[in-house]
Ligand binder design. Structure first.
Ligand code: NAD
Ligand code: ZN
Length: 506
């Protein structure tokens, strides 16, 4: 049996159960007896329609004798998922060993070790001690960033790609096979294009509709929910969602497509692998280059409590149309900020601990293209647009297999609290990261100067203690980013105090 043999349905089941455990913990809080949590969790699992058995006895077979020595699984779900409930100050290796023994004795593949005596169960990670265990890797299969049960990330890529000047003209033909009788294609178009010639080139048919997306602010979960609700009320469902615009519109289109087929609010799915069902057909047509949003497996959203993507295998587009002609009109400043997002992706990926040859191949090419455009060129021309669009794609592929790093982790805090836009936020932070990326920051500063761009300063002046705490919390929550940047012991390197000092400099 290999890692790949663990069926996805088991992963989904464990995600559901973790959700129920979080619900119980939210209701009860920490500090109660183990038995209270066990009873409530058992109740929730049964109520959710799963077949669950409590205190299931496990016989021990010693040589040829079957002995009842009192091993009991706290809860066994659907005959395949072992749950061990604890309410202790800290989980220890012995608890892990216990679950692994249960897995071995019961012949099951996956176990959840849940300690309810923590302040925030939502932090399903090593720090909180909660673990998903499988007898194969006998390791912690962490649910916060690394694909569960996979030693190597097996990631979903975009279905179809078309690249070239004028490729936008093929959209009609490309989406035709995905049209469903009576159900419209919805074109979610960046509001910048309202009244512009591009709109008249959109191939509308039947009851297709254009919605101009307001990207004054970066996408919020409330906005995604509103758009999906509006489409459901008007059409029931739709054939597909086609995003035309910058990174914000790309992310909105992906999120709205997913929310057409998933219940509740998009805020419920902010995190890794929480989305339950594939969305409707979705295509992305970028009109700004650099974010890599066109290829990524996430859609970055600001929700009620965090800025975090709906990061899942269902998130990538089914189709992307890369037509550099569409980026022609972008203002120089905006082009620079979005382009720097790509440059920073490359630096963070290439300097990161998650780097492998796959990411390196894409990252190095993207970096070279960014340099061609922002360092070597004297004037902006079509060639720059062509190159930057491919840089965005390759940079996105690079971080799809590795991760971003310090600039992004810090900039997420800024945009959560202050609404700072992603590209500018990254630039503001990158300006102060010599300690982490010395060569990259030096080159970045050169590009800023050469392209005559102003990077805002002093944006954290006058913030309250509470504001800093909020930013630090959001930033510290980006564990995979920090781990990629600083390694497994990142928490020893990037302390809250150090992060605070960095924010104060911005
Ligand atoms: P954006 O989409 O926020 O757009 C910035 C501005 O440019 C807007 O005012 C927009 O109307 C305008 N614009 C768009 N196309 C234009 C054009 N052709 N000509 C003139 N103006 C145009 O900016 P962005 O930098 O492309 O994207 C940033 C967003 O992307 C953020 O929301 C960020 O979170 C997201 N992002 C997502 C990922 C991902 O992996 N999903 C990665 C990086 C960034
Ligand atoms: Zn980015």
């Amino acid at each position: 049996m290999t890692y790949q043999d663990v069926p996805p349905s088991l992963n989904l089941l464990s995600n559901e159960i973790i959700g129920l455990a979080i619900k119980v913990h939210k209701a009860l809080g920490p500090g109660l007896l183990e038995s209270s949590y066990k009873e409530c969790l058992f109740y929730e699992i049964s109520r959710a329609g799963y077949f669950a058995e409590k205190e299931k006895t496990l016989p021990l077979i010693y040589e040829t004798v079957k002995l009842d020595v009192g091993y009991r699984i706290d809860i066994l779900v659907e005959n395949k998922l072992v749950i061990e409930v604890k309410a202790v100050d800290a989980l220890a290796d012995i608890h892990t060993a216990q679950v692994l023994t249960y897995l071995k004795l019961s012949g099951n593949r996956l176990g959840l070790l849940i300690n309810f005596n923590v302040t925030l169960l939502k932090k399903w990670n090593r720090a909180a001690g909660n673990r998903t265990l499988c007898p194969l890797c006998k390791e912690l299969c962490v649910l916060c960033g690394k694909k569960q049960l996979m030693k190597f990330r097996n990631f979903k890529m975009v279905g179809y790609v078309v690249y070239g000047r004028g490729s936008f003209n093929q959209v009609d033909e490309i989406i035709a096979p995905h049209r469903k009788e009576g159900k419209p294609m919805v074109f979610l178009v960046d509001h910048f294009f309202e009244g512009k010639p591009l709109v008249s080139r959109i191939p509308l048919r039947g009851n297709d509709s254009i919605i101009f997306a307001d990207v004054t602010y970066e996408p919020k979960t409330t906005y995604v929910d509103k758009l999906a609700q509006q489409l459901k009320e008007e059409f029931g469902t739709v054939s597909g969602v086609i995003g035309i615009g910058g990174g914000s519109t790309m992310d909105l289109a992906k999120a709205v497509s997913l929310m057409m087929n998933n219940p509740g609010s998009s805020a419920d799915y902010q995190g890794w692998d929480l989305v339950k069902y594939p969305g409707v057909y979705k295509a992305g047509i970028p009109t700004l280059s650099g974010t890599g949003a066109e290829v990524s497996r996430t859609t970055v959203l600001t929700g009620p409590t965090k800025k975090l993507g709906m990061n899942s295998d269902f998130t990538p587009f089914d189709q992307i149309v890369l037509d550099p002609e569409l980026t022609k009109e972008a203002p120089a400043n905006q082009r620079f900020y979005t382009g720097m997002d790509c440059y920073i992706h490359c630096i963070e990926s290439l300097e990161g601990t998650y780097l492998n040859e796959f990411s390196k191949s894409y990252g190095e090419k993207a970096l070279q293209l960014c340099r061609d455009v922002f360092v070597n060129k004297e004037h902006w021309d079509d060639d720059c647009d062509d190159k930057l669009m491919m840089a965005s794609y390759a940079g996105g592929m690079s971080i799809a297999y590795s991760q971003v790093g310090v600039a992004h982790a810090v900039s997420y805090g800024l945009s959560y609290l202050l609404g700072t836009k992603h590209g500018i936020g990254n630039c503001i932070v990158m300006n102060h990261l010599e300690e982490y990326y010395p060569a990259g920051v030096k080159e970045f500063k050169y590009m800023v100067e050469k392209n005559k761009i102003d990077i805002p300063t002093g944006i954290c002046k006058g913030l309250t203690e509470e504001d800093f705490e909020k930013m630090i919390n959001v930033s510290m929550g980006m564990k995979p980013l920090w781990e990629n940047a600083l390694g497994k012991d990142w928490e020893k390197i990037m302390t809250r105090e150090k992060l605070r000092a960095l924010y104060e400099k911005l």
